[in-house]
Design a protein around this ligand. Structure first.
Ligand SMILES: [Mn+2]
Length: 336
């Protein structure tokens, strides 16, 4: 069940979670594959909270971390497995959305007696024994803050920094409409004890690598206008990554360069991640609900930003996805 802040249902979930959290001795946290600032930020914030309160917390992470967030304190503590000899009281599933997205990682879930799932994605059912699902929250870090605040424990600088990065990155540095009064209220409290936010901004947004510039350049150079210019698309093939030695994370955020083109309604970026496996990022700048479209391909996300992974050759996948968007646009036009 989705809850919204503030409210009695929300409060009840927080009480349940705080009770578990304060009594737990051994915890672990897991997030969706290719953790972003919010997923990793929430894991690290929990880790630092546990350090402050004398609990053992293991951070599970299986993928390379983007440079923009790998500087966060505690990132170097990420592990790929859980020690066999520990009984875990509690696990926090940070925006793990659904089991399908988690793949083999779901095998870790039963290692904890109680699982808490925090998520702000749309339409999530909840993979925990206790779920705190708030579609109106800017980020998972915002939901976690609501819990940690309730414990009354003073949050360390490292913990506040991690929460700040999660909220900052998921709101596009406070530019999107998910930056609510509540998100700003939380940010005010995080800053109050002296976070140096311009340093954080520089580390997240003004640091780049050669590979990243090259991959983003390829994406921009290949931009194609389709469907009378209402759709723009670009792509990256496996050979682009191997030729430059770039990782998938170097392509993160590249869709931004094409989704800000005047007059478009949908921007698409196709990334070949393995032979015949293509990740698709969708951005909508108008009325097209790209989450609905991504769901046709077993993906998900938000109305204006979604993703999916399809099997097939990249050209076929591009054709199929563009055709389904064009069909939605035509249907909407016909209905007017
Ligand atoms: Mn998030």
């Amino acid at each position: 069940m989705n809850v919204s802040w503030p409210g009695a249902d929300y409060d009840r979930q927080i009480e349940l979670i705080c009770e578990q959290l304060m009594h737990a001795r051994n915890l672990f946290t897991i997030a969706h594959p290719f953790a972003d600032g919010d997923a990793l930020g929430s894991q690290l914030a929990l880790y630092h909270f546990c350090r402050t309160t004398g609990k053992n917390c293991i951070i599970l992470n299986f993928d390379p971390l983007p440079e923009q967030i790998s500087w966060l304190a505690g990132s170097d503590q990420c592990q790929k497995d859980l020690p066999a000899d520990i009984d875990f009281d509690l696990a926090f599933l940070m925006e793990t959305t659904e089991a399908r997205r988690m793949g083999d990682r779901v095998d870790f879930f039963p290692r904890a007696r109680t699982r808490v799932h925090l998520d702000h994605h749309v339409g999530v059912v909840g993979l925990g024994n206790i779920n705190l699902l708030d579609e109106g929250a800017s980020s998972t870090c915002e939901i976690l803050y609501n819990i940690l605040e309730r414990t009354g424990v003073k949050l360390s600088r490292e913990c506040r920094e991690a929460l700040y990065v999660g909220i900052m990155t998921d709101t596009g540095n406070f530019r999107y409409n998910n930056s609510t009064p509540r998100s700003h209220e939380i940010i005010a409290r995080l800053i109050a004890d002296g976070l140096v936010i311009d340093d954080i901004y520089k580390r997240v947004y003004e640091q780049t690598s050669y590979n990243r510039v090259v991959m983003h350049g390829i994406v921009m150079g290949r931009t194609r206008r389709l469907h009378e210019g209402k759709i723009v698309a670009s792509w990256l093939k496996l050979e682009d990554f191997t030729a430059t030695g770039a990782d998938e994370v170097d392509a993160d955020g590249a869709i931004r360069h094409i989704s800000c083109i005047n007059g478009i309604e949908v921007a698409l970026l196709f990334k070949e991640v393995e032979d015949n496996k293509v990740k698709v990022s969708f951005r909508s700048t108008g009325n097209v609900d790209v989450m609905e479209i991504s769901r046709q391909f077993n993906g998900g996300g938000h109305r204006n930003a979604a993703g999916a992974q399809l099997d097939g050759h990249i050209e076929e996948v591009m054709e199929k996805v563009v055709a389904s968007i064009a069909a939605v646009m035509e249907k909407a036009q016909g209905a007017q």
